[in-house]
Design a protein around this ligand. Structure first.
Ligand code: FPP
Ligand code: MG
Length: 328
C-alpha cells in the first residue's frame, strides 16, 4: 500500500472498492413498491462516512487484496449498520439523522421498524451470496449480540447506578461487535494467517469501543447541525454513558440527587441539558471520557504493532486518529 496521508488518503487507497460499494448499495436500496422504494432511498442517507467499509477494504488490501467478496462484505456491514440506526432512532425517540428528519419522523415508528427489517434481511441475503459459512455465522452472531446490548441498555435506562464495567459491556455489544466482525472477516476473506485475523478482530473491538465513547461524548457536547443527528438524547432517555458515570462519581450529594433525578425522569428540558453540560465541564467528565477513548485507540493499535509493515501501520494509525478526532 502507499504512504498514509490523512483520512482522505485512506479513502483514495480503496477508491475502486468504494465505487463498487456505492453501486451495490444503490442496487440494494430499491423496491418494486413505490413507497418502500422511496423509504429505502431515503434511508440510504444513513450511510454517512462509510467508515466500516473503508476499514474492511483497507484491511483486505493489507492482507492480500480486496476482491468482490469484500465489496459484498462492506455492503453487508454498512446495511446492517444502517438498519440498526433506523431501529435505534425509534427506540431513542430521535428526530434527526444526517441533518434530516429520521425515518420514524418522516414516516412513523411502525414503518421504520419494518424498513429496518427489510434492510437487515437484504444484508443477510447478500451475506449468503458470499458463500462463506464462517462469515454467515459471525455476522448473524454479531447482530444477535448488538440486540442483546440494546436490550441490556434499555433495561438499565433510568438507572443512575450503571457502572463503567456494565457500560463497557453494552457498548462492546451494541457497537464494537460489528466492527470486530467486519475487521476479522476482511482479513479472513483476504487469506490472512490466523494470527493476523485474530489481531484484526481485537483491533476492531477496541476501535469500535473508542468510536462509541466518542459518540457518547458528542451526544453531550456536540452541535446538532455539525453532528447531524438529535443530541442530548442519552440524558433524556436515561442512558448512562461514560461522561455521566464519571460526573456522578464527582458530584456532591445535592448535585448528584439533581442529576440522578434527570436520569430517572421521563424527559428533560433544554435548561436541564445546559445544566448537565455545565457540570460536565466543571468536573472534566468529557475530557476523562476522551482520555479513555484515546487509550482504547492505543490498545487497538497495539494489537497490530509488529504484525504490519510500517506503511500499512501508518494507514491504520490515520484511521484510528480520525475516529478520535471526528466531530460527526
Ligand atoms: C447507536 O447507538 C445504535 C447502535 C449501535 C445499535 C442499535 C441496534 C438496534 C436498535 C438493533 C437493531 C436490530 C436489527 C436487526 C436491525 P446510539 O443511540 O448511542 O447512537 P446514535 O447517537 O447514533 O443514535
Ligand atoms: Mg440513538
Amino acid at each position: 500500500m502507499t504512504t498514509a496521508g490523512g483520512i482522505e488518503q485512506s479513502y483514495r487507497l480503496v477508491k475502486p472498492q468504494m465505487e463498487a460499494l456505492d453501486g451495490l448499495l444503490e442496487e440494494l436500496l430499491t423496491a418494486d413498491v413505490p413507497c418502500v422504494d422511496e423509504m429505502l432511498k431515503y434511508a440510504g442517507r444513513y450511510s454517512g462516512k462509510r467508515l466500516r467499509p473503508v476499514l474492511i477494504f483497507l484491511i483486505a488490501e493489507m492482507c492480500g487484496g480486496a476482491g468482490e467478496a469484500h465489496v459484498r462484505l462492506g455492503a453487508v456491514v454498512e446495511l446492517i449498520h444502517m438498519a440498526t440506526l433506523v431501529h435505534d432512532d425509534v427506540l431513542d425517540r430521535a428526530t434527526t439523522r444526517r441533518n434530516h428528519d429520521s425515518v420514524n419522523i418522516r414516516w412513523n415508528n411502525k414503518d421504520a421498524i419494518l424498513l429496518g427489517d427489510i434492510m437487515f434481511a437484504r444484508a443477510i441475503r447478500l451475506l449468503v451470496s458470499i458463500g462463506n459459512m464462517h462469515a454467515l455465522d459471525r455476522l448473524t452472531g454479531a447482530v444477535s449480540i448488538i440486540c442483546e446490548g440494546e436490550i441490556q441498555q434499555n433495561q438499565l435506562s433510568g438507572d443512575p447506578g450503571v457502572d463503567f464495567d456494565t457500560y463497557r459491556q453494552i457498548i462492546e455489544r451494541k457497537t464494537a461487535s460489528l466492527y470486530a466482525a467486519g475487521c476479522e472477516l476482511a482479513a479472513l476473506l483476504a487469506g490472512a494467517d490466523e494470527a493476523l485475523v485474530q489481531a484484526f478482530d481485537r483491533f476492531g473491538m477496541s476501535l469500535g469501543t473508542a468510536f462509541q465513547i466518542i459518540d457518547d461524548c458528542l451526544d453531550l457536547t456536540g452541535e446538532e447541525d455539525v453532528v447531524g443527528k438529535s443530541l442530548g438524547t442519552d440524558v433524556r432517555n436515561g442512558k448512562m454513558t461514560l461522561p455521566l458515570i464519571h460526573l456522578l462519581s464527582r458530584l456532591d450529594d445535592q448535585e448528584r440527587a439533581e442529576i440522578e433525578a434527570l436520569i430517572r425522569g421521563d424527559d428533560c428540558s433544554p435548561d436541564d441539558i445546559a445544566r448537565v453540560r455545565e457540570l460536565l465541564q466543571v468536573h472534566g467528565s468529557v475530557a476523562h471520557a476522551l482520555g479513555l477513548a484515546r487509550s482504547y485507540v492505543e490498545q487497538s493499535l497495539a494489537t497490530l504493532r509488529g504484525l504490519l509493515p510500517p506503511r500499512d501501520f501508518g494507514v491504520v494509525e490515520e484511521l484510528a486518529a480520525f475516529v478520535l478526532e471526528r466531530e460527526l
